[in-house]
Design a binder for this molecule. Sequence first.
Ligand SMILES: Cc1ncc(COP(=O)(O)O)c(C=O)c1O
Length: 386
Amino acid sequence: MSDRDLLMIPGPIELEPSVLAAMGEKQRGHLDGTFMKRFSRVLKRLRDVFHAPTGQPFVLAGSGTLAMELAAANLVQPGDAALVVNTGYFSDRMGFCLTRHGATVTHVRAAPGAAPSLDEVRKALAGGKYKVLTVTHVDTSTGVLAPVQEYAALAREAGVLSVVDGVCSVGAEALDMDGWGVDVALTGSQKALGAPPGLAVLMAGPRAMAAWKARTQPVRSLYLDFGEWLPIHEAYEAEKPSYFATPPVNLLSALDVSLGLILEEGMAARVARHVRMANAVRAAFKALGLSTLPVSEGLAAHTLSALYYPAGVDAALVKAVAAQGVTIAGGLHPELKTKYFRVGHMGAVSANDVLAVVSAVERALVASKVQVQPGVGVAAAEKALA
Ligand SMILES: Cc1ncc(COP(=O)(O)O)c(C=O)c1O
């Protein structure tokens, strides 16, 4: 891979130069005044990105999976029941996290490419005494965008906490934690937040914090205990020195820069840009005769596209696209893994990136002897972008 190749996988993603530059800054101490200011600003900026004015942010060294486990470790204890609204691979993972922390887990599942209907979720909620309902906002294995607002409303009606895995959505898809009544939303730094991998980010609303406070059993992990992290985050927000475990200083500085860019663009404009880019990608692939894994346009995410290989083509296409200078990803859902590929289009993604990836796929299809007319995909993308 050359330094001029384009990374179009569903995370990590291409980064803004100013974000990368923050990674290479002089190493500061974790109690340095400039760093404390930045960490404080990160926490405040996250409330804006999540639309969670009363939320408590947590930012820990770790990946998105750690954020998932952070939610599970603090919200459930042995004896609790959890309902997983399952849209794929990462919903299964949330189930594993909840089970590991002592919950009894029930899944309401949909076929790959679909999402459980509101009726199915309502019925499932009525069928048990659940403490939490979890949903994957965008399941990166299927490219399915779940109707989080509606699911969260059902959870609220049933008096159940809602937890949103937003690893592939936060910072790109519409999310209004406060307005939708979402109790926890979480992500990692490497996707639509536009920073390198390495930070687990979680926002806990007031009901989630109250549920944690009402626990009758201790959190089973020291590193994941809100009780250890809450005073640290409160101190950093107030720009006061505090220590529990060393924060990844430069990663947090990079996230600060990225969050600044996100809020400068504005969340509404950012969401609209992602919709525009996704529509252009989809128009191009439709023109090339490819079909999407999500079963309807309304269920298709704006952060990535999952597309079936055309007849006669397999995962070798991913390599053929890489040979054209663009990195895309293969399939991930265990049932369909070898049948589809994924293109990420989130974060700093521009019209130029969209045209580059479409053109690279087109050239790779031609090289793979698929009957496509060179240029039709690019033309469709350009038309959609116009
Ligand atoms: C929806 C979703 N949840 C969770 C994860 C796990 O995040 P990580 O790989 O950063 O641990 C991912 C990773 O791609 C994801 O897409």
